[in-house]
Design a protein. Structure first.
Length: 395
């Protein structure tokens, strides 16, 4: 193990650490040894040499991701305890042993005090994504801890970090199995079946974070005609059909996503005639559908992944929602979401407000939505509340 190197913060820059925020920005650092390498564990000291925290050093504006605010050994037992704590949180939330659900997020990075690490469980297969070199360097310890905690409940561990590691970093991972092979790619969520493609699909293969919001769509879907834009796996569509929607159209610009959506529909509804798919740009599809749908789902990919793109993202949300407001039937319901971490709840709501005002429709907020309990938010890290949603009644 490398010697732990000390990093000293500028005077006054220790305040965020006292507030237990898990990030230290490069501008807060006063000095550190030129021997430090990306991913190395470092001790963080204030300007007077007093201990503040330990974390992984990385190149970039976020220079350190804190893993402990205590001056303790960061060893295998530390990581195993953190992972078990994450599992215990899901047990308390009633997610781990549901007979009708075998897919959930086990580790949610900063939300579980494990910054740089995502682990999703898919019916016996754990899919990992490392977002920092520091976490990737201990992947063998993460793997061992998962095996010890879950035993035979985990049949395989697949790493999908090829697109998530820092692109300028010293490590270039290749996606593949760290251990075992999967026995099935089909999962159950609230009694619905889904084929999950963790090798080629988006994120780890499935948007687990929309589980509770999909249930809400099912409750509102009866006898409605629904448009599911950015449909991906067709999950919202399946819940709507389960809820008794009279018509569901699923739209995505990706042919492979549409193919997967069709497979999932057939998996759950053998002879369904109320569903149709379209390969199309969402904005183009919205252009001329006036009064056709009284339930519309807008769940686009992140319009902004960094602050430099924020203004364009807010314009994108405004434009997308305005089109939906203009086209939806009177008395229709709009479920609209943003999964961009850099877009705050306030900014997203403001964009939707402007869109509603421009459409000159009467709009009421029925629900304000967020991510479920297996995507916990560290109270000291508000940036972790990335999923924002509104359910709107449009008159």
């Amino acid at each position: 193990m490398k010697e732990i190197i000390d990093i000293t913060l500028k005077s006054g820059k220790e305040q965020s650490v006292y507030r237990r925020h898990p990030w230290i920005f490069s501008g807060a650092i006063k000095q550190f040894s030129d021997k430090v390498t990306e991913g190395q564990l470092v001790r963080i000291l204030d300007n007077n040499g007093r201990f503040l925290a330990k974390g992984h050093y990385q190149v970039g504006s976020i220079a350190i991701k804190i893993v402990s605010f205590d001056d303790i050994d960061i060893d295998y037992n530390f990581w195993k305890e953190r992972i078990f704590s994450a599992f215990r949180l899901r047990q308390i939330a009633g997610i781990t042993d549901k007979p009708d659900t075998n897919v959930y997020r086990l580790i949610n990075a900063e939300g579980d005090n494990l910054p740089g690490l995502i682990v999703d469980l898919y019916n016996g297969t754990a899919v990992t994504q490392f977002h920092s070199v520091g976490m990737y360097l201990i992947k063998d310890q993460i793997l061992l801890a998962l095996q010890e905690i879950f035993g035979k409940k985990i049949k395989a561990v697949y790493d999908k970090s090829e697109g998530t590691m820092p692109f300028k970093g010293p490590i270039k991972p290749v996606n593949g199995y760290l251990w075992g092979t999967n026995e099935t790619d089909t999962v159950i969520e609230n009694g619905n079946q889904f084929i999950v493609d963790w090798t080629e699909g988006q994120k780890t293969g499935f948007f687990i974070d929309q589980r509770e919001n999909r249930k809400l769509v099912q409750e509102y879907a009866h006898s409605r005609q629904m448009l599911n834009l950015f449909c991906y796996t067709g999950s919202f569509s399946i819940y709507a059909l389960k809820g008794g929607a009279s018509l569901v159209h699923s739209v995505d610009s990706s042919k492979s996503a549409i193919d997967l959506a069709e497979k999932n529909i057939k998996l759950n509804f053998k002879n369904n005639t109320n569903h149709e798919v379209f390969v199309s740009d969402a904005f183009d599809f919205l252009a001329n559908i006036k009064d056709m749908y009284d339930l519309i789902i807008l769940d686009p990919p992140a319009f902004a992944k960094h602050n430099k793109a924020l203004d364009n993202a807010l314009q994108g949300y405004k434009h997308l929602n305005q089109k939906a407001f203009e086209q939806i039937k009177k008395g229709g319901l709009l479920f609209t979401f943003s999964c961009s971490q850099v877009v705050s709840k306030e900014n997203f709501r403001k964009s939707v407000f402007v869109a509603a005002a421009n459409s000159r429709r009467k709009v009421s907020i029925l629900h304000q939505l967020t991510q479920p309990a297996d995507h916990p938010i560290n109270i000291y890290h508000p940036e972790g509340e990335y999923l924002k949603g509104l359910v709107l009644l449009v008159e």
